[in-house]
Each structure stands twice: as structure tokens, then as C-alpha cells.
Design a binder for this molecule. Structure first.
Ligand code: G1P
Ligand code: ZN
Length: 544
């Protein structure tokens, strides 16, 4: 087998976004497009010769082909060993677990998360470092800068490997080992949670649950952990056969896209607990019987109940949340007497805090929760955490959430997404806010008065790196706020995200619908940013 050096020329659009490079499959199919990006990853790294690389993806269309290319390129570039999930499958948290467990140099994860999959839909690729977490900005910036000047890539001339059979083969000098995609991850979950207690809960005739895999990567993980190891009946799983096009769905676990699960949990004879995960297994949605838990509340509630879980009963070092995530978790941190951190959107910003032992739990409003057990958010981990809490407390999801609000007050919260907006219009909207923000301070809008307006900038407390322009925040004197930012994961036009939050200590008002409770703030957001006029839309595409 010989190493071929193929000459190529740069593509101008390979800048990694919030979570790696995401494009249409058809773009990745452009000759050399994938190869350029992979070579740029390798060229941005130093010292990997003879080291181990982990490779796997969410199983979407193009996954198998991309993996074969990456294996040949990793071998040509001098990796000593490559661990690849069987069938090319690794959920994002499982990939993080495996990188850490086997002291790999890093990993390449093929995923466009919850974006639809298929020949005309999305594909994605990202690099994770040796701590198991998404590459920090200094690496993604280096990758991007190399993509702009790349002129050659290295690839081994070899046939496709059989990815479906466990065991080792050789690719040139490199050992490729096809590993079980689920086993290591399942074992880790068993170390964190009280599996005996959860088993008892799941065996009880008083309790039933439904997990929806949305035809994406978590199906086999849920089967092994929830059914095989914890004894849930097979009927507790739905849509758990992974498909290359995710069954034509949009595997984003929210009230709109996870409608199959919502129908079950809001239907007659609804189970006590419902959960779903996304395309690559890092997101989660938690439901009780006819009851939705907002991701921001979920983070706060997990933190407040963490003493019930074996892995966390010794206490939490701190809690980190992304800036647009509600401040509910901050209230728990304050009561526990631990630090809380506010980071920009994207899991990569939690990595340093976790590595430095400053934070134990992290979360984002976008259905992402996780801890220091890996360096990615983790869908099934959150499901197991909730099951552990339910098993320990023997109360319903709704009771637990409402009791939490009684103790801490309720942070009403909602996100409005305007998807596929014309990019120029979306940029104008944000630019206007940047320009006019300072003038808003002190202005009154109905019962609200603007206390501050800024474009969020974050200084990493561990390495001092600064990330600016992370979203426009408008804070009001009563601690409520409005946040605007543009998505960094979309592949078509721009997605404007509006995040709205208010705090309500009065228990009598806790049962209000969040859209009702936030109505005035939502109108103020439109007045200030001229959303309807500038986007040309009279309502959001998705409300969560
Ligand atoms: C979105 C979410 C963000 C999350 C990311 C990857 O990014 O908002 O919290 O980390 O997906 O799952 P965005 O499209 O907003 O840039
Ligand atoms: Zn995801």
C-alpha cells in the first residue's frame, strides 16, 4: 500500500461553526472537499505520529464513505492506531468517553447533530482533542486558516475496510480496530448511577417510561442500557432503529420535532416519564406525564438533586451554563455555595472549566446537559440522571419540578427561532442592535426598564482566551432579559435566535404558560429589534 500525495486547492467556506463544519452532503461530495478539511485538521496538530485516533459518527448518510476516507488519510498521516465504532457508529458522548478511556490523541466525529440527513440534507465533521472535548477556538481557527491555503493531502491507496466486524486489521503501518460502539459507554454509565435503584423503579408496576431514539444514533445505546442492563420492557423504546436518513425526520428533541414522543406523553394512559435524544446522542428532552421540563430547569433540578446520584454525592465543584441558558442553575449554585459560570454558546467553552475541576455539571438551553464524566453533552446520561432521581425520590416529574420552583422561584424561559432567514437581513438586525444598544439603557418599555445592553464577551478563567461578539444581551432592572444571536450550526441562510427570560418568585403565578408570562417581553424584543419587519416573518419557525 502506498501513500499518495494529491494536489488540491482551497475552498473558501470551511470555517468550523458552533460545532464543527456542517454542510450539505452535496457540498461534502465535491471532489477533495472532505479530504481538504481532514488534512487541515491533521496539519493543525502536532505530535500525533504513532498515537491513537478515535473515529465514528451518528450513522447518517455519507458516514460510511467519509470514515473510509478518514481511515486512509489518518494512516497516511502517521497515526499508529485508529479505534473506529462498529459500522462507523459512535454517539458523540460515546466518542468522548472512548477518547478519554484509551488515552487517544484525539477523535474525529462525523455528525450534523439533529440536522436532517440524507443525500440532499446535512453532513458534518468535527475534531475533538485528547480530553474528549470539542476542539477549542484556537484549534478550529488554525484548521480554518490552513483550509485557506492547503495545496495537497495525503491518502493511502487501499481498499475499503470491513467496518462491521469487530477486531484489528492493518492499514499500511497503522492498526485499525473496530470496537463495540456501546460497551465502554454503557460501562461508564453503570459507574455513575445507581443502577440497582433504577432497576427496581423500572420493574415496578407503578412506573412506566418511553424513550424515543428518533431513528438516530442512540437506539442501540438505549437498547443495551435501558433494556438489557436495567430491565425496561422493549415496549419502553420507540423509533430506536437507526436509519441513514433518520426516517426522514428532524431528530431534534423538542416539543415540535419529537412529536411522536409528545403524542405518547400527552395522550391517554401516558407513561410517567418520557425522554428523547438527538441525531448524535448528545441532546435530551425530558417529559413527565403531560408535563415538559425546560432544559434550563432540568440543569438546575439535576444540580439540586445531585446528592442522590453516586457519582456526584460528594458535592459539585461548580455549575456552568451557556449565556442564553436561564439563570435557574445560578440560584442552585448560590444555595449550594458553589461557583456558577456563564460561557458562550457551544460545548467547547465548558472544556477548560471541566478539565480544571472548576465545574462538575454543565448545561445549555438547547437541550444539552452533561458533566465531568466526558467532555461532550450527553443525552442518555441526562435520562439516567433523571431516572436515578425519580427512583430515589419516588415522586412524579411534575411534583419534583414544581417543588423546585417553590424553593427557588421560577425562571420563565422561551427561545424563538426564525430559521432560514435571508443572511443579509439577519446581519442587519444584529448590527443595528450593536449600534443602538447603548442608547437603550435607561429606556422604559411598559413596565420594564433597560438596565444594560452589551454584546457578550467571555474571558476563559483558565487560559485567559477571549471570545467576543457572542450575542446581544438586553437586561432589565427586574433581572429579566432578552438575548439575540445568530446560529452557528445552520447550513441554509441564517437562523435568528431570540431568548427571553423572566424571574417569578410568587408561587401563585408559577402555573402560567411561559408564552403568556413572557408575552410583554416578547413584544418588547420585536419593538427593539424590528424582528418582523427585518426578517419578513410574522412568527417564529420553532418555539421552545
Ligand atoms: C446550537 C445550540 C447550542 C449547541 C449547538 C450544538 O448552536 O444553540 O447551544 O451547543 O447547537 O449542539 P447554534 O445553532 O445556536 O449556534
Ligand atoms: Zn447533537
Amino acid at each position: 500500500m502506498s501513500i499518495k500525495v494529491v494536489s488540491t486547492s482551497p475552498f473558501p467556506d470551511q470555517k468550523p461553526g458552533t460545532s464543527g463544519l456542517r454542510k450539505k452532503v452535496t457540498v461534502f461530495q465535491t471532489p477533495n472537499y472532505l479530504e481538504n478539511f481532514v488534512q487541515s485538521i491533521f496539519d493543525s496538530l502536532e505530535g500525533f505520529s504513532g498515537q491513537t485516533l478515535v473515529v465514528g459518527g451518528d450513522g447518517r448518510y455519507y458516514n460510511r464513505h467519509a470514515i473510509q476516507v478518514i481511515l486512509r488519510m489518518a494512516a497516511a498521516n502517521g497515526f499508529g492506531k485508529i479505534l473506529v465504532g462498529r459500522g462507523g457508529i459512535l454517539s458523540t458522548p460515546a466518542a468522548s468517553c472512548i477518547i478519554r478511556k484509551y488515552n487517544a490523541f484525539g477523535g474525529i466525529i462525523l455528525s450534523a447533530s439533529h440536522n436532517p440527513a440524507g443525500p440532499d440534507d446535512d453532513f458534518g465533521i468535527k475534531y475533538n482533542t485528547g480530553n474528549g472535548g470539542p476542539a477549542p477556538e484556537k484549534i478550529t481557527d488554525a484548521i480554518y486558516s490552513i483550509t485557506k491555503s492547503i495545496n495537497a493531502y495525503k491518502i493511502l491507496e487501499a481498499n475499503d475496510l470491513d467496518l462491521d466486524r469487530l477486531g484489528e486489521t492493518k492499514l499500511g503501518e497503522t492498526i485499525v480496530e473496530v470496537i463495540d460502539s456501546v460497551a465502554d459507554y454503557a460501562e461508564l454509565m453503570g459507574e455513575l448511577f445507581d443502577f440497582d435503584r433504577i432497576k427496581t423503579l423500572l420493574a415496578s408496576t407503578e412506573f412506566s417510561m418511553c424513550f424515543d431514539g428518533m431513528h438516530a444514533v442512540t437506539g442501540p445505546y438505549a437498547q443495551e442500557i435501558l433494556v438489557n442492563r436495567l430491565g425496561a420492557p422493549a415496549s419502553a423504546l420507540q423509533n430506536c432503529v437507526p436509519l441513514e436518513d433518520f426516517g426522514g425526520g428532524h431528530p431534534d428533541p423538542n416539543l415540535v420535532y419529537a412529536h411522536d414522543l409528545v403524542d405518547v406523553l400527552y395522550g391517554d394512559a401516558a407513561p410517567d416519564f418520557g425522554a428523547a435524544s438527538d441525531g448524535d446522542g448528545d441532546r435530551n428532552m425530558i417529559l413527565g406525564r403531560k408535563f415538559f421540563v425546560t432544559p434550563s430547569d432540568s440543569l438546575a433540578i439535576l444540580a439540586a438533586n445531585s446528592h442522590l446520584v453516586p457519582a456526584y454525592k460528594g458535592g459539585l465543584a461548580g455549575i456552568a451554563r451557556s449565556m442564553p441558558t436561564s439563570k435557574a442553575a445560578d440560584r442552585v449554585a448560590a444555595r449550594l455555595g458553589i461557583e456558577s459560570y456563564e460561557t458562550p454558546t457551544g460545548w467547547k467553552f465548558f472544556g477548560n472549566l471541566l478539565d480544571a475541576g472548576k465545574a462538575t455539571l454543565c448545561g445549555e438551553e438547547s437541550f444539552g446537559t452533561g458533566s465531568n464524566h466526558v467532555r461532550e453533552k450527553d443525552g442518555l446520561w441526562a435520562v439516567l440522571f433523571w431516572l436515578n432521581v425519580l427512583a430515589a425520590r419516588q415522586e412524579s416529574v411534575e411534583t419534583i419540578v414544581k417543588e423546585h420552583w417553590q424553593i427557588y422561584g421560577r425562571n420563565f424561559y422561551s427561545r424563538h427561532d426564525y430559521e432560514g432567514v435571508d443572511s443579509d437581513r439577519a446581519n442587519t438586525l444584529v448590527d443595528n442592535l450593536r449600534k443602538n444598544g447603548a442608547a437603550l439603557v435607561g429606556q422604559k418599555f411598559g413596565t420594564y426598564e433597560v438596565a444594560f445592553c452589551d454584546d457578550f464577551s467571555y474571558t476563559d478563567p483558565v487560559d485567559g482566551s477571549v471570545s467576543s461578539k457572542q450575542g446581544i444581551r438586553i437586561g432589565f432592572t427586574d433581572d429579566s432579559r432578552i438575548v439575540f444571536r445568530l446560529s452557528g450550526t445552520g447550513t441554509q441562510g441564517a437562523t435568528l435566535r431570540l431568548y427571553v427570560e423572566s424571574y417569578e418568585p410568587n408561587i401563585a403565578k408559577h402555573s402560567l404558560d411561559p408564552q403568556e408570562a413572557l408575552k410583554e417581553l416578547i413584544e418588547i424584543a420585536d419593538r427593539i429589534a424590528q424582528i418582523k419587519i427585518l426578517t419578513g416573518r410574522d412568527r417564529p419557525t420553532v418555539i421552545t
